[in-house]
Design a protein around this ligand. Sequence first.
Ligand SMILES: [Zn+2]
Length: 303
Amino acid sequence: MKKCPICDVENAEAVSECNCGFSFVANAIGDYSRIRGWVRGAARWDEKVRRWSKVCRFLRSLQPQRVKDMAELLEVNPATLHYYLELAGALEKYPELVKYRTQRVAHDQYHTRKHGKTEKAPADVFGSEVELQKYLKQHWDEIPVLQEWRLEPACFSPWDRIDFLARHKKDRRWLVIELKVTLSSDETVGQILKYMGWVKRERATKDERVEGLIISESSDERIWYALHAVHGAVPIDLMQYCLESDRLRLFRVDVTDPPDSALLSIHLQTLEPNRKRVLIEEIVKQFQRPTMPSHGTDGATSE
Ligand SMILES: [Zn+2]
């Protein structure tokens, strides 16, 4: 048996390349896309962070190099890699950070610890989906995109409770809302489609339209591609929220141009909370009063 220096899996002597992409023959990474796949396949954020760190440690064992160079080799955003490596260091120093549900909260907590401040909940993210749900319910009529909808009583599909089900105040339209307190991904699209189909079949009449809205703190490129594929065919919108002095702001994500938007999202995730807030404020200013997009004849409009 020979142990892979990157993923630590024991491979049979005859194997020339480990499943993670490491090549025993070359004693180097043989397949970079597989390595990326292995890292991103981690079930939890802390595991993903550790995997990036293992890959970089291996690369540096061959030859000392900067994060920027490794990022280029691995074809990942240098800022993103830097962020993960910083988190990996944070996890070594403060192992208790694993208790946080997301890397973002852990990252904020790390900075709080590093700068010697007392622990407090980060201001720019809800702690749980329940909190986000409670907030939206309480402030429903103050939120421009939601104002035109009337919230239905709690609705249980055969699988789960739908986060929010609403009906349009004037038109024959239903709205299924799916909440993600942090990252939304392609799975979220599958989830909301299932609920939309169920509402269409079990609640709406034939002449009523069922729409979907995903509200999350951030999103990744997978959801962009999933929404891009159904764009124009299934009315699902994606909105990201940010909290500014305890007030929630929503802004719509354009799914017509996935790669740029995906990149922006990745950059946003790597920013310091304060810088991110300033930037988001600027972006929000461009969308004075975000409203539900019309899926009518004019296609994607940026209100
Ligand atoms: Zn391996």
